[in-house]
Design a protein around this ligand. Sequence first.
Ligand SMILES: NC(=O)c1ccc[n+]([C@@H]2O[C@H](COP(=O)([O-])OP(=O)(O)OC[C@H]3O[C@@H](n4cnc5c(N)ncnc54)[C@H](OP(=O)(O)O)[C@@H]3O)[C@@H](O)[C@H]2O)c1
Length: 300
Amino acid sequence: MDCAGRSIGGWPTKSGGLAFNSRMQKLLLLGRGQIGSALAQSLTDFEVHVWPNDIDDLSREAIETIGPDAIINAAGRTDLAWCEANANETVRSNLEAPVRLYERILAHNRDRADTIRFIHFSSGCVWDGPYNDRGEPFGPYDPPTPACLYSWTKAAADSMLLSIDATQVAVLRPRQVYSSSPMARNTLVKLTKYPRLIGTPNSMTSITTIEKMVQHTLLSEEWTGIWNVYDQGVVTPFEVGQMLAQAGLRDEPQQLTKAELDQFHRPKRVDAVLYDARFEAAIAPPEIRAELARIIGSMR
Ligand SMILES: NC(=O)c1ccc[n+]([C@@H]2O[C@H](COP(=O)([O-])OP(=O)(O)OC[C@H]3O[C@@H](n4cnc5c(N)ncnc54)[C@H](OP(=O)(O)O)[C@@H]3O)[C@@H](O)[C@H]2O)c1
C-alpha cells in the first residue's frame, strides 16, 4: 500500500519473490493515442498526469513541478506514409524530442535525490523480417534493419537513448498493437478494412500485454534496457482476417502475396516475429490466438 492507502502491488519475479518499487506513485504520460489513452485508463493504482502539449514543451521546470516517479513516452508520429512526406517533423518528434527529454530527466536525476524512470515506446517495426539472418525471431539486441523513415527514427532513438545512459531507461518494442477499441490505429480495425490480406508470419501485441509490461517497468528493480513486447506465438494478417470474418466483423478475406503487396504499398510493409526470454519470464504473455479470440469476441 502507498501512503494514501492505495494498493500498488508488485510483480512476481523469476525467483518467486516480489521485486518491487514501493515508492512509485506518480506518473507523467505523454501521448494520447491508442497506447497512451489505454494506459491513462488502466494505470489506476498510480496518480497519472497526462501531458497535453508537445514533448519539447515538457521543460525541466514542468517536470519538477509535477514531480513524477516515472515518465512514459507514448507520443510520436506513427502514420508511416505521413512520416515519409514530413521527414523533419518525424525526426523531431520520434528521435530528437525524446532524446532531449531524456537528457532533462538525466539532469534531474543527477541533481536530485529522487530519480525518475524513463519508459520509452519504440517498435518491433525496427526490423524487416519476418525473421533475422539466422532464420530466427528477432531478439531485443539484434541489429535493427529499418525499411522506412519511421523505423529509422525509432531505431535511432533507441540507440541514442541507450548510448547516452542505459541505466535510467526502458525501451519497449510492441508489434501490431490491438485491442477492442474502435480507434483507426487498432490493428484489428485495420484488418477489417483490407479485402486482401497477406499470409506472412508476424508477432502481435495486445494492449493488455503492454499494460502488464509497463507495470513491470514501474515496479520491478530489473526494468532497464530493450524489451520486445508481444503475445506468445505467431499469426498472419490473413488468419486474423479469417477470425474477424468468423465473428461477423468483415467479409472472408482473399489471399495476397507479399510480392504483390510490395508492388503498390508505400512505404514497404515490414513483417517481424519477436522473441525475448527476459520478457517472457517477467510477463508470461498470453497465447496469441486465445487472446485474439477473447478480444475479437468482445468486439462482436
Ligand atoms: N500502435 C502500434 O501498433 C504500435 C506498434 C509498435 C510501436 N508503437 C509505438 O508506440 C507509441 C504510441 O503508439 P500509438 O499507437 O499510441 O500511436 P498514436 O495513436 O498515433 O498516438 C501517438 C500520439 O503521439 C502524439 N504526438 C505525436 N508527436 C508528438 C509530439 N511531438 N509531442 C507530443 N505528442 C505527440 C500524437 O498526437 P496527434 O494525434 O495530435 O498527432 C498522438 O496523440 C509510438 O511511439 C509508436 O511508435 C505503436
